[in-house]
Each structure stands twice: as structure tokens, then as C-alpha cells.
Write a protein that binds this ligand. Structure first.
Ligand SMILES: [Cu+2]
Length: 171
């Protein structure tokens, strides 16, 4: 009886392992991007892809003031909202602005674009942006790194950019 039970446990374990390898992969990857980033060892796996994570919270703060990638890399940037507040009250996104963009002017325009996720409709001042998320949510954007240089990033939720901004640096 005992042997039979053990055999069943092993069988179940094997079946779930196989299933996990097939089905669960994509979601797992997404979850990992933030943790990998915190260990800062992700880009060693594939130097053509920069996997970055940034966390925003209910105190209107990003946990990073600087994000770094290399020119020519594909960027996978994941934003996590670690708070509890809803997207219409404490929504966060991350918007990487083209060089020469006036942050304050862009943010003022974005603040009026609620129906477009606080991204000015038809703007040509943006390199990449995530959707607006609320507490407990996570979102990823993928894009090609622009040419080497320093770029501003902000959260474009109304009145957030003053606290929620940093530099996106392409080396
Ligand atoms: Cu925000």
C-alpha cells in the first residue's frame, strides 16, 4: 500500500512537472523579470535583451531613478505597482520621452488625455510607454533601445511626474 502511494506521488509529480514545462513558462518569465532585475544578473543570459524592472507604489514613488541599457539592445521593461490603490486614484505608468521633450509640458498635456491612458493622442515625443496600472498589477513593454544618450522617464498620471521621474540611459 505504501509503495503504491509513493508511486502515485511520483507519478503526479512527473505529470505536473511536464505540464508546467509546457504551459506555465510564459507567465513564469514575466514574474521573474522583476526579481531577476533586482539581482542585476539578467542581461548576462542574452546580451541582446535588456530585462529591466521598476516598482511603483502608493506613495507616488518609483524604486529606481535610473535605468540602463546598451545601444542596440531589445528592452523588456516591466512595471509593477506594489500598492493597493486603484488605477483611477493612484495609477502609474512609465513613459520614456524623446530627447528635447519638455517634461512638464508633456505631463500637462498627458494629464488631459485620460481616455488614452494619459498619453497625448498622436504624440511623437514618446519612445515607449506602458499602460496605466493600479495596485497589484504588472505590465511589460518591449522596444528597441534608442541611440546612446540620456532620456527622461516619467509617470504621466496627473501630478505624478514631479516625484515620479528618472533617467533612462543608453550606453
Ligand atoms: Cu504615477
Amino acid at each position: 500500500m505504501k509503495t503504491y502511494l509513493n508511486f502515485r506521488i511520483v507519478l503526479v509529480a512527473l505529470v505536473s512537472l511536464t505540464f508546467f514545462n509546457c504551459g506555465g513558462k510564459e507567465e513564469k518569465k514575466e514574474e521573474n523579470s522583476i526579481y531577476d532585475y533586482k539581482k542585476e544578473d539578467t542581461s548576462k543570459k542574452d546580451s541582446n535583451v535588456a530585462v529591466l524592472g521598476i516598482v511603483a507604489d502608493d506613495n507616488m514613488q518609483f524604486d529606481k531613478k535610473e535605468l540602463r541599457v546598451k545601444a542596440g539592445q531589445k528592452v523588456k521593461l516591466t512595471l509593477k505597482h506594489s500598492g493597493k490603490m486603484a488605477a483611477n486614484i493612484m495609477g502609474h505608468n512609465i513613459v520614456i520621452l524623446k530627447q528635447g521633450t519638455d517634461k512638464a509640458a508633456f505631463a500637462a498635456k498627458a494629464a488631459t488625455a485620460r481616455d488614452n491612458g494619459y498619453i497625448p493622442e498622436g504624440t511623437d515625443q514618446v519612445i515607449a510607454y506602458t499602460k496605466m496600472i493600479g495596485g497589484g498589477q504588472i505590465t511589460t513593454v518591449e522596444f528597441e533601445a534608442p541611440e546612446a544618450g540620456e532620456y527622461d522617464f516619467i509617470c504621466s498620471f496627473p501630478a505624478h511626474f514631479a516625484l515620479m521621474q528618472g533617467k533612462f540611459i543608453v550606453e
